[in-house]
Design a protein around this ligand. Structure first.
Ligand code: SF4
Ligand code: SF4
Length: 69
């Protein structure tokens, strides 16, 4: 899944993701022993390798800005 620029940075999705795959804007993520640069400096972003497409985040997003990657 992927977060589009329509995101209002409410952070609701971050708390709900069971895989802890959603990181804050500008935050690096660690995946498989490597650091991954943030995909966005403006809004939360999803580490594709951690996301299992459960879509829990899409249920809590108030602006429906989380879409299939
Ligand atoms: S689809 Fe599921 S695993 Fe992927 S970012 Fe959303 S809540 Fe997390
Ligand atoms: S729930 Fe939606 S609007 Fe809120 S931070 Fe996540 S993607 Fe952005």
């Amino acid at each position: 899944m992927k977060i589009t620029d329509e995101c209002i940075s409410c952070s609701a999705c971050i708390d709900e993701c069971p895989q802890s795959a959603i990181y804050n804007a500008g935050m690096e993520a660690e995946y498989n022993g490597s650091m991954i640069s943030p995909e966005s400096e403006e809004h939360p972003w999803i580490v594709q390798g951690l996301c299992d497409d459960c879509k829990t985040c899409t249920e809590v997003c108030p602006v429906d800005c989380i879409v299939t990657a």
